[in-house]
Design a protein around this ligand. Structure first.
Ligand SMILES: Nc1ncnc2c1ncn2[C@@H]1O[C@H](COP(=O)(O)OP(=O)(O)OP(=O)(O)O)[C@@H](O)[C@H]1O
Length: 458
């Protein structure tokens, strides 16, 4: 392996043996040998499951790489193979330097020992002597910040305290490679912020980082490069924002095809070229990423989202009028992938069921899919009139804005209609539409917003 590299993975595959019943495991241990002795063809009492299939990639020293993929795609298996806690069925993993793995945090901890004793025990397991540990002990304790619990047995710790101490130990032992799984999500937000700051410092100091998370925004914020796994295969390896866009497309396609996600989405059109859809969305070339290859704009949009009624997560209101459609328009086309800075028009159709005899108020909120509300466009605050409406009418409500969002997350639109202004809702619809954002060209925008700015250095 070249000295430039921290990790080199070549043709890596992992096959698990799946036993239908516990006794099959025993049979597999004993019977094939017996069958061979008696010159019979040995039988197999398990099914094979290939969790990773022929994965190859290298990570240079000091690089930070995000591993993304849906549940069961093989991320943990890959990390465990890199850490050496699993052995490959085929292929090789080479690593250079000491690895700190935050996979099974505290797996080296003895529940009966106190936190203090466990710090030394953990250090010993990781090959760190007492003297070396003495030098960083105070810093570990300060970072973990678990107060008097340090002298209590760790079996009495909450999962958050456990993670605090385990992370503090790992990060103070100067690893050359840091591997972080979802473990940090157990800590509270303040501790998480502290951990991410610590990871950034380690990265600045040249530590190679491999990071697995389901949060695209976190992966993008930490890692310039990402690798996407699906069903044990490496789908794409490249700049994080492009890989994450591809991840969203793949997630939508797989969910639509009913492969494994629990989302209630429509089945895609049989004639649709799914690869072309994924490529079109992952490799944008025009302002609105809606088409490419053999897939038309309408096909892409309809394949990647269910019809309005099925994508709405819930709604409240008197029901005198109901939103019945919501489209995100970029230029003349409906879009679910847009570029940063695009002018977007959210077109919503209101179906009036009973008279709404007063002037009202319409609004929309853009949130992350996790429900963090980011900004709103509202007729009351924007001074737009919403006239009284009569039963049987249909009205198109259009909200226009220049998108300040950067890529790496998927966004959701909620709609509201109140009559009178600031009164009870006639209809409030959650998750009426969704869209993803890709950065223009190869621009790197580190956080959620892409705000026009100017810099002078005097
Ligand atoms: N010990 C095992 N025996 C059999 N199958 C296993 C074993 N460990 C993992 N698998 C299977 O291998 C596949 C990949 O699992 P893995 O845990 O690597 O996925 P993952 O991408 O980390 O998922 P998640 O995001 O849910 O943590 C899954 O289908 C899982 O059920």
């Amino acid at each position: 392996m070249s000295s430039e590299l921290a990790i080199s993975i070549q043709g890596l595959s992992k096959c698990y043996q799946i036993y239908g019943q516990p006794r099959d495991r025993l049979k597999q241990m004993l019977l094939p040998r017996l069958q061979r002795w008696t010159a019979r063809t040995p039988r197999r009492y398990y099914d094979e499951f290939w969790a990773l299939k022929n994965i190859s990639f290298d990570i240079r020293r000091g690089e930070a790489v995000g591993i993304v993929g849906r549940n069961g795609s093989g991320k943990s298996t890959l990390l465990q193979l890199i850490c050496g806690t699993l052995t490959p069925t085929m292929g090789t993993v080479e690593t250079r330097g000491r690895i700190a793995a935050l996979l099974e945090l505290g797996s080296g901890f003895n529940p009966e020992f106190t936190g203090r004793e466990n710090v030394y025990l953990n250090g010993a397991i990781l090959g760190i002597g007492k003297e070396q540990l003495d030098q960083v002990f105070e810093r570990i304790v300060r970072f973990a910040d678990i107060g008097d619990h340090l002298d209590q047995p760790v079996k009495t710790y909450s999962s958050g305290m456990f993670v605090r101490l385990a992370f503090a130990v790992q990060m103070h032992l100067d690893p050359e490679i840091l591997i972080v799984d979802e473990a940090l999500s157990v800590g509270d937000q303040f501790f998480q912020a502290k951990c991410y700051a610590a990871i950034r410092t380690m990265m600045d100091n040249g530590t190679t980082v491999l990071f697995v998370s389901h949060s695209a925004a976190t992966v993008k914020a930490l890692c310039p490069r990402a690798v996407l796994l699906s069903h044990g295969e490496l789908i794409v390896d490249g700049p994080a924002s492009k890989v994450l866009d591809r991840y969203f497309v793949l997630g939508s396609l797989e969910a639509n095809a009913g492969s494994s996600a629990p989302t209630a989405l429509v089945a895609p059109d049989d004639d649709l070229d799914l690869d072309a859809v994924a490529d079109a969305a992952a490799a944008p070339s025009s302002e609105t990423m809606h088409a490419g290859g053999n897939a038309s704009a309408a096909q892409v949009v309809s394949a990647l989202q269910p019809p309005f009624e099925r994508r709405v997560s819930h709604r409240v209101g008197s029901g005198q009028a109901r939103y019945v459609e919501c489209r995100v328009m970029a230029g003349a086309d409906e879009a679910i992938f847009v570029e940063t800075g695009a002018t977007l028009r959210v077109q919503a159709v209101l179906d009036v069921i009973e008279d709404c005899p007063q002037e009202g108020e319409v609004g929309m909120v853009v949130s992350t899919t996790e429900g963090v509300e980011l900004f709103a466009i509202n007729s009351f605050f924007h001074g737009a009139r919403v006239p009284a409406m009569k039963a049987g009418e249909k009205h198109v409500v259009e909200f226009e804005f220049v998108s300040p969002l950067s890529s790496g997350a998927r966004y959701r639109i909620d709609l509201g209609y109140r009559m009178p202004v600031q009164g009870e809702y006639v209809d409030k619809v959650f998750a009426a539409a969704g869209f993803s954002v890709a950065n223009q060209g190869d621009r790197i925008i580190p956080l959620l917003f892409d705000v026009p700015g100017k810099i002078t250095v005097a």
